[in-house]
Design a protein around this ligand. Structure first.
Ligand code: HEM
Length: 218
């Protein structure tokens, strides 16, 4: 196995594992587990919140399950049509899940810190997918790639949240609500920094390739 493919293993594993996690809400009675357990009855029994919550988790799951494959150069170059189709599904999933996310963020546990953390994340998630889509419509491929890297880094916040939260509660013994306030930011701010570093590295590779070959490789 090539060294380059190693980071793909945890990346794909977590995207699929957490992408499938919303299925639990359809298969198991989650009223006494997870988020719904601690939610006030007035919120979780409200039909509007309930519907929007289910839209958020279902389409969020689809976004995680579809998005990772789009970063494979091999898949992109061999199956461009499939890349376009999966891309369309991903864009629709993010548009629905982020819009729903903005609404449910208003009722997040943990008060204003979580409302802001999840709310800003939902806004950025929506904004970056619009930028990624409009740039590819204008055939700006590099712009499209950059916005998609940023966007999927935000999608991946669903994964990092579910790594940080149990770690803080079980290994660091931090109270749930404090941990939840921290992860409402920690789940996505570092992801954006990593995404910015990847974008920067890609730019440097392109500059080097241009200066040695005289042509730009996308
Ligand atoms: C990246 C942008 C996202 C935002 C802004 C966001 C926002 C939220 C908010 C505000 C809640 C409710 C928290 C509360 O009421 O305390 C929530 C819960 C949830 N979200 Fe997201 N979310 C995002 C991505 C995703 C993705 C990609 C998935 C796919 C797996 C997902 C799946 C869930 C699930 C399953 C819950 C229920 C809590 C649990 O059981 O862990 N979310 N999300």
């Amino acid at each position: 196995m090539k060294l380059k493919t190693l980071p793909w293993i945890p990346f794909v594993f977590f995207a699929i594992a957490i992408g499938l996690y919303p299925l639990m809400y359809f298969l198991v009675d989650m009223n006494n587990n997870g988020l719904l357990h601690g939610k006030p009855a007035a919120i979780k029994n409200n039909p509007v919140w309930h519907t929007i919550f289910y839209l958020h988790i279902s389409f969020g799951g689809i976004a995680l399950l579809t998005g990772w494959s789009q970063f494979s150069k091999k898949l992109r170059s061999r199956y461009l049509k499939t890349h376009r189709w999966i891309g369309k599904i991903y864009v629709i999933a993010v548009l629905i899940s982020s819009s729903a996310g903005m609404y449910i963020a208003l009722f997040a546990d943990g008060g204003l810190i979580c409302v802001m953390g999840f709310g800003i994340l939902a806004l950025l998630w929506f904004y970056t997918i619009i930028k990624a889509y409009t740039s590819i419509r204008r055939l700006q491929i590099q712009e499209h790639q950059r916005w998609m890297i940023l966007n999927y880094a935000l999608t991946f916040g669903a994964v990092t949240l579910r790594i940080w939260l149990p770690l803080m509660q079980n290994a660091m013994h931090i109270d749930f609500i404090i941990a939840y306030r921290i992860v409402s930011w920690l789940s996505w701010v570092p992801n954006l920094i990593v995404a910015a570093l990847i974008i920067n590295k890609n730019k440097l590779v392109r500059v080097n390739e241009t200066s040695t070959t005289g042509s730009l490789v996308v």
